[in-house]
Ligand binder design. Structure first.
Ligand code: BES
Ligand code: ZN
Length: 870
């Protein structure tokens, strides 16, 4: 083959799918849709009438359509029907209908008879495999409604939908509306379910699910609520029902707008790519995050069920009622739903301390946003791949963090008024970033539009260097802002970015923080009196990092456990770690700081701390420092482990149960504590024999630790349990635990399993990612992935493929990192372009950290060795 042919071919393969927006000559008003799925043959027949409005004379109409066959298309206008020719453009994912006599401005009707496939890709109208039978379910977001029906598949082209499903006698169906009629036929053995017409909504929110679903029923303020699943899981729907009832009632009040749909169904689908999806009035879910028995579920499962539900229910207003005009503003959906999640949970389960979880999510956003390869919250996207990749930590967690900052700056009530006004104004319609912040500025009379613009349209995060001094007139705090990067060169090079930062300060004598807007690069803030310490991110509610002068930092670390809230400790701990990664803070100082948290009892703070200890243990040690580090970790965590024991006390909180699990995991794996490892092995066997004999919240730790040095016999036991008739939660628990077996043959066996077709493709990417990320399994897993790429690739779906790429973040050695870069350049993964750049940057950062901190870590550990005194 000549060079130029190769070039053209690879260009075709590498260039992102062609993308175009539909012309605005014809816009939809209403869809009448009838689907007749054939679950055995994995296909369906569709009949569609779209009432449209023709804006300008047109002899063609272009719609989005993919993987379907057209049998007849006619267009009716002013009582005249003409047959239309169909031209397909599979690349552009469109179908164009042409008529002999041009359509005139005004109403028209398009009639379409077509057939489609129930695909195995978890998108559009797809096949979902349950126990011994098939189901047909949908996932349309972002751009797959076009696989289910020819459509104007863009979020701004809202319309009403009247859906009819023809299903088998023993089956039922769930859709956006409620069932308004159920009649036998048309064929023998079938019945026809007609659903009520929806309010105006976007195509990506259309939902259908066909099968023998069983539901438990409840209500909130007159709105019917059902939690549904396949029959064998019907008894696991109660916990979610109670949560959903509280949340719908809560949001009704909070938003001041009644729940906008006729009913709410929440359905656990046997094959589901995401965690959950906010289809209007019909939220669809992955089974393991919806179904659980409250009495046996782990604390983590209960928290996940309730928080995913709160996120999706919030979407009924943020996303479904008011929708972004285009995907570039997807943060208006995902960021707001993420921000809103904690609202009902704080009221329902105050003991979960959701506000600290929020600081934790901010920390994740700050971390992603400290990369040179981050992106601004609002970002143009046109192709299927670009749009999919926008669903990231920036859209979700950064937005939520920025909203939290603005909320605490304006006050909760003012912010809420702004939110209500925005939702009212754009109900059943679309909105842009400007629509939100202009409304908020108007309602509050404060320049939050400028604040928000600086955080939404600028990538990255400001670092505030804070210096507190005592002056004659009182205290003075000087702050200087600069864009933060983990990458030292990027950081030192500087940037033009300038943020409008609502900066709040709190000292020991202050009842409430004092907040001012920082609009310049450098600014001084006077305080009435000079205080022993000043905290520059009270409650961790600001979306910025803080670097204190060393004296201020020392004072703060002294009062950390007594005068700072857990959220404040967490944000301080995160900022200190970020400074270590930048190279502006010694790792030893960080570890000394961590020692101050030895008696920490806040779950999320401990989770963060143990996570960092694991990271250091995985990447920053060498043969000389490893034993010393392990000994230090043991000394740090053992007292807590001993106090808590392996058995929860009667009535012990879920928070403490979770904390125990984290401490024991890190003690056993990173600290290599022999006693902990032995006990875990014993308890794993006990759990296999009788799951009730081990606290559910500890089960994951026990199974994972036992797996670390587990043999083929233990592996086989996990596998057998996983494949037996266990609840979704337990299935997932065993599946996750399988990734902790470290013997090379077992690692390969796991990977074989993941690509064999025996594992659901909703799970394979995450499973492979876990094996690539764990230091003990990484190199074997990577060799397998490379050697079996076609099979690995076949197990990836567009929404989850990134998981595998993201694992490259943990390739903390030059050859491995380089190898990954070369490999993924030759084997690009769809919708993971930015993810790859970010992962490589994280890996580089890890490599640099290791090079720069190993010595100082060795020196610090020597000083901390047993007997060296403290
Ligand atoms: N709208 C998303 C689901 C989605 C994501 C669809 C990406 C298409 C592409 C849904 O609201 C969501 O965000 N789900 C999250 C759970 C949430 C609690 C963060 C998910 O699936 O992980
Ligand atoms: Zn969402």
């Amino acid at each position: 083959m000549s060079k130029s042919v190769v070039f053209v071919l690879s260009f075709l393969l590498l260039s992102p799918a062609f993308a175009q927006r539909l012309p605005d000559t014809v816009v939809p008003a209403h869809y009448e849709l009838t689907f007749t799925p054939d679950l055995k043959a994995a296909k369906f027949a569709g009949q569609e009438t779209i009432r449209v409005h023709v804006a300008r004379p047109a002899s063609t109409v272009t719609l989005d359509a993919l993987e379907m066959e057209f049998h007849e298309v006619t267009i009716t206008q002013a009582g005249k029907t003409q047959k239309a020719g169909v031209t397909l453009d599979p690349k552009g994912e469109t179908a164009t209908f042409s008529v002999g006599n041009a359509l005139e401005p005004g109403p028209a009707e398009i009639h379409i008879r077509y057939t489609g496939i129930l695909n195995g890709q978890l998108r559009g109208f797809y096949l979902s495999k349950g126990k011994g039978r098939n189901y047909a379910t949908t996932q349309m977001e972002p751009t797959d409604a076009r696989r289910a029906f020819p459509s104007f598949d863009e979020p701004a082209l809202k319309a009403t939908f009247a859906i009819t499903l023809v299903v088998d006698e023993g089956d039922t169906a769930i859709s956006n509306g409620r069932i308004v009629s159920d009649t036998p036929g048309p064929a023998a053995g079938k019945h026809t379910l007609r659903f009520s017409t929806t309010p105006r909504m976007s195509t990506y929110l259309v939902a259908m699910a066909v099968g023998d679903w069983k539901c438990s029923e409840g209500a909130a303020e007159g709105i019917p609520i059902r939690i549904c699943s396949t029959p064998e899981n019907a008894r696991l729907t109660k916990y979610a029902l109670v949560a959903a009832e509280q949340q719908v009632a809560y949001f009704n009040q909070y938003f001041g707008i009644r729940y906008p749909f006729e009913k709410l169904d929440v359905l656990a689908v046997p094959d589901f790519e995401a965690g959950a999806m906010e289809n209007a009035g019909a939220i669809f879910y992955r089974e393991s995050v919806l179904l659980a028995d409250e009495n046996t579920a782990s604390a983590a499962t209960k928290r996940a069920i309730a928080s995913v539900l709160a996120h999706e229910i919030a979407h009924m207003w943020f996303g479904d009622l008011v929708t972004m005009k285009w995907w570039d503003d997807i943060w208006l959906n995902e960021g707001f739903a993420s921000w809103a999640t904690s609202k009902p949970l704080k009221v329902w389960k105050p003991e979960w301390k959701r506000d600290i979880q929020d600081v934790y999510s901010s920390g994740n956003a700050l971390s992603l946003d400290s990369l040179a390869n981050t992106r601004p919250i609002r970002r143009q996207a046109e192709t299927r791949e670009e749009i999919n990749e926008l669903f990231d930590g920036i859209a979700y967690s950064k937005t939520a963090a920025v909203l939290r900052m603005v909320e605490s700056y304006l006050g909760e009530e003012t912010f809420r008024r702004g939110v209500q006004a925005y939702l009212k104004k754009h109900s059943y319609a679309n909105a842009t970033a400007e629509d939100f912040w202009n409304t908020l500025a108007q309602e509050s009379g404060k320049p939050v539009d400028a604040v928000m613009r600086s955080f939404v349209d600028q990538a990255g995060v400001p670092l505030l260097r804070v210096r507190a001094t005592c002056e004659k007139q009182g205290g003075m705090v000087e702050a200087e802002q600069q864009r933060f990067f983990y990458d030292r060169q990027a950081f030192e090079k500087g940037s033009d970015s300038l943020w409008q930062v609502p900066l709040c300060l709190r000292g020991p004598g202050d009842a409430a923080p004092k907040c001012e807007l920082m609009t310049r690069r450098k600014q001084s803030f006077m305080q009435e009196k000079c205080q022993p310490w000043v905290l520059a991110n009270p409650a961790g509610s600001g979306y910025y990092r803080v670097a204190y002068d060393s004296e201020s930092l020392r004072s703060l670390s002294h009062v950390m456990q007594t005068e700072l809230s857990p959220g404040e400790r967490l944000s301080l701990l995160n900022d200190q770690w970020a400074l270590v990664r930048l190279g502006q803070q010694e790792i030893g100082d960080y570890l000394s700081f961590a020692e101050g948290l030895r008696d920490e009892r806040t779950r999320v703070v401990m989770f963060t701390l143990t996570g960092r200890l694991d990271y250091i243990g995985d990447y920053l040690l060498n043969d000389a420092t490893r034993p010393k580090y392990q000994a230090w970790v043991q000394r740090l965590l053992r007292p807590t482990a001993q106090k808590l024991g392996w058995q929860p006390r009667a009535g012990e909180s879920d928070e403490l149960r979770s904390l125990r699990a984290y401490v024991l995991m890190t003690l056993g794996r990173t600290g290599r504590d022999a006693e902990v490892r032995a006990e875990a092995r014993k308890l794993a066997e006990q759990y296999l024999a009788d799951p009730k004999s081990v606290d559910a919240t500890l089960a994951e730790t026990v199974l994972s630790l036992a797996a670390l040095d587990g043999d083929a016999a233990l592996y086989q036991k996990y596998l057998a349990k996983m494949e037996s008739d266990v609840e979704p939660e337990e299935h997932e628990r065993y599946q996750d635990a399988l990734t902790y077996f470290t013997g090379p043959a077992l690692v390969r066996r796991s990977l074989e399993y993941a690509v064999s077709g025996r594992m659901r493709n909703q799970d394979s990417p995450g499973f492979i990612r876990d094996l690539l990320e764990l230091r003990e399994t990484q190199s074997v897993a990577w060799d397998f992935v490379k050697a079996n790429w076609p099979r690995v690739e076949a197990a990836l779906t567009i929404g989850n493929a990134r998981d595998v790429v993201r694992a490259v973040s943990t390739f903390c050695e030059v050859p491995a990192r380089h190898d990954a870069e070369t490999f993924f350049a030759a084997h690009p993964v769809p919708a993971a372009e930015r993810t790859l750049r970010q992962a490589l940057e994280n890996a580089n950062n890890c490599i640099n950290l290791r090079a720069t901190q190993q010595q100082s870590l060795a020196a610090w550990l020597a000083g901390r060795a047993e007997g060296a005194g403290r």
